[in-house]
Design a protein around this ligand. Structure first.
Ligand SMILES: [Zn+2]
Ligand SMILES: [Zn+2]
Length: 217
């Protein structure tokens, strides 16, 4: 069974996730740790729980989700996997950091590319499916545990909200399709661990989300 631990990091209040199972193998998803204090919180948790970090994943590469990429790669000697269509997003982070006045920003390179339906992400006794859910970012993916009924959803679907589509590379219609055609069919009982804010469920959002739920159409 996968345990999901979240941390809220950086000025954008981004949720960073550590997933691990009974084998103590762990994944880090969207490491937003930006200060040495935040880096310490992450490494302390991993040390205290005696976790072996085996892989680093990004749901998408907006700056708030990738601040800690290089730190995690260096600290745990793991590979970074992203969707290839989000490489331009990753490459634009340096510019974004200057625009937001956040310095220094350490750039990172992906080592592996994710693709929907190709290989599941395996760690310990567990696995996650990769779902391609573009719209908020061109190469946005979600990670789905069928066994434990949850989604690490990044910035696609939030409690009573959806991802912004006013950045370059965004596509509002694609975002709505991603939610309605990829996430909602997973099932109402799925818990959504979002990139910002509190957890929600597919059932709650399918019924009540003001942007994409039944009330919206
Ligand atoms: Zn984002
Ligand atoms: Zn975000």
């Amino acid at each position: 069974m996968i345990q999901v631990q979240s941390f809220t990091f950086n000025p954008f209040q981004e949720n960073t996730y550590v997933l691990f199972d009974e084998t103590r193998q762990a994944l880090i998803i969207d490491p937003g740790c930006n200060s040495s204090a935040e880096q310490q919180i992450l490494t302390n948790f991993i040390a205290q729980h005696q976790l072996q970090v085996v892989r680093l994943l990004n749901t998408h590469c907006h700056i708030d989700h990738v601040f800690g990429n290089q730190f995690v790669k260096d600290t745990y000697q793991v590979k970074l996997a992203i969707h290839p269509l989000d490489l331009p997003t990753l490459k634009s982070c340096k510019m974004a950091s200057e625009m937001y006045g956040i310095k220094p920003f350490i750039e990172s390179e992906p080592d592996e590319y994710l693709e929907e339906g190709k290989d599941a992400i395996r760690f310990g006794h567990s696995s996650l499916d990769v779902l391609f859910v573009p719209g908020h970012a061109p190469g946005h993916v979600a990670f789905v545990s069928q066994a434990d009924r949850f989604i690490i959803g990044g910035d696609v679907l939030f409690e009573m909200s959806i991802g912004r589509t006013d950045f370059p590379g965004c596509d509002h219609e694609a975002l709505l399709r991603s939610i309605r055609e990829k996430l909602f069919p997973l099932g109402d009982d799925f818990v959504v661990h979002s990139g910002h804010g509190r957890d929600t469920t597919i059932g709650k959002e399918r019924k009540f989300n003001p942007f994409v739920g039944e009330m919206a159409s």
